[in-house]
Design a protein around this ligand. Structure first.
Ligand code: DLL
Length: 358
């Protein structure tokens, strides 16, 4: 699908394969320059400036996150630590030793870093860390506040996808009220995900994007599967670019369990509001006797575990009732010990759907 001969393509990346086989994309020299400009733009809107020490904890690989943000931050004149993802204790050590001021990662990895740091006895309030640029996966309002409180930083959301370039498509400014879109490079439309018909301004729908200046891999009316809405109301920061609301979910994130449409983000919202639940969970769906079975495994904090059976039963049934009132389904709630749900340094895997195999 390249629009230029291969010898003019100077970089290749691929998507994380959210919907199956990864999509391979190419960049010309001009595309790389544009990409750097646009990631510099989102980073500076978020509040990064020269003098900042920025620790990039995205994968440096075929994934666009690491390389994309790296060059933009360099262009601003800030100092980049290309730490990559994984080896979390080393990350924490780097934050302490280098006096990192800005962290760049997925929101789920930031929460994991908070956990590891707390275990290491680090007081994040005392570190110079002040800002986080997060992206690559949804960050609910509650997850955002939790990151802000535990890491003692301000968190901003950054959106993009490989097919358009990677990060740099849209990002939150310091006002934190939606993501400013690089409208001079991308034409955005919102359509009805079922029919493809345009939605009225301000209505929620699927984001469809046309690239305006890409050379090696231009796309026309590309369907992102991401649900959002656009606003052209002026932002307090003074930028006149349109803003998109944070993407809560994808059209194809939707799970259909016993005929009920369920978005993992709805489950997350319920869990994050309950005291004593750690921000790590796994949704397991199975099919038993031709019937879908929903289980939500959640990590709880030490103090929730009780020797009194009745207390534990009450806690789990309280969580199950809250889930049922929001999602409309009865879920089996399983409490698991802290640290037992698998952590990833990239995008979190929250759903295990075992129905296909049964
Ligand atoms: O995730 C590019 C990226 C990297 C953006 C780092 C921001 C920061 P892909 O791997 O192709 O590209 O995945 C794109 O991830 O269609 C959304 O469903 C989801 N996604 C990306 N950023 C956000 C976000 C990168 N801020 C797919 N909020 C997209 C919600 C997001 N979902």
């Amino acid at each position: 699908m390249f629009a230029l001969p291969l010898d003019e393509v100077v970089r290749v990346h691929s998507s994380s394969g959210t919907t199956g086989k990864p999509i391979v994309v190419g960049y010309s020299r001009g595309d790389l320059n544009t990409w750097t400009e646009l990631t510099a733009r989102v980073a500076s809107a978020a509040g990064v400036h020269s003098g900042d020490r920025v620790q990039v904890a995205f994968l440096y690989s075929m994934f666009t996150g690491g390389w994309g943000m790296h060059y933009g931050i360099e262009r601003i004149g800030a100092t980049v630590f290309p730490a990559g993802s994984g080896n979390t204790e080393r990350h924490i050590m780097m934050m302490q030793d280098f006096g990192t001021t800005v962290l760049v990662s997925t929101p789920s990895y930031a929460l994991y870093m908070a956990e590891v740091g707390e275990r290491m006895g680090v007081d994040f309030q005392k570190l110079p860390l002040r800002l986080g640029l997060f992206g690559g996966e949804p960050m609910s309002d509650l997850a955002k506040s939790e990151i802000e409180a535990r890491l003692a930083i301000k968190a901003t959301d950054n959106y993009g996808l490989t097919e358009l370039m990677g990060p740099g498509v849209a990002g939150e400014c310091e006002c934190g009220c939606g993501l400013h879109v690089a409208e001079d490079h991308f034409l955005l439309e919102i359509v009805d995900p079922e029919t493809g018909e345009p939605r009225a301004p301000g209505e929620e729908g699927e984001l469809v994007v046309t690239t305006l200046a890409k050379e090696a891999f231009p796309v026309l009316r590309y369907r992102t599967h991401d649900l959002t809405r656009l606003t052209t109301e002026r932002c307090e920061c003074g930028r006149t670019l349109a803003r998109m609301e944070k993407v809560r979910c994808r059209t194809d994130d939707m799970l259909i369990i016993r005929g009920v449409n369920v978005f993992p983000s709805q489950i997350e919202d319920v869990l994050f509001e309950i005291e004593g639940i750690a921000p790590h969970y796994l949704i397991v769906i199975d099919r038993k006797h031709n019937l879908d079975d929903l289980e939500v495994r959640i990590e709880v904090e030490e103090q929730v575990f009780s020797d009194i059976m009745a207390d534990m039963v009450e806690f789990t049934s309280d969580v199950a009732n809250k889930l049922q009132s929001v999602v409309g389904l009865k879920a089996k709630v399983t409490l698991v010990e802290p640290g037992t749900i698998e952590r990833t340094a990239g995008k979190a895997k929250r759903v295990l759907d075992q129905r296909e195999q049964t």
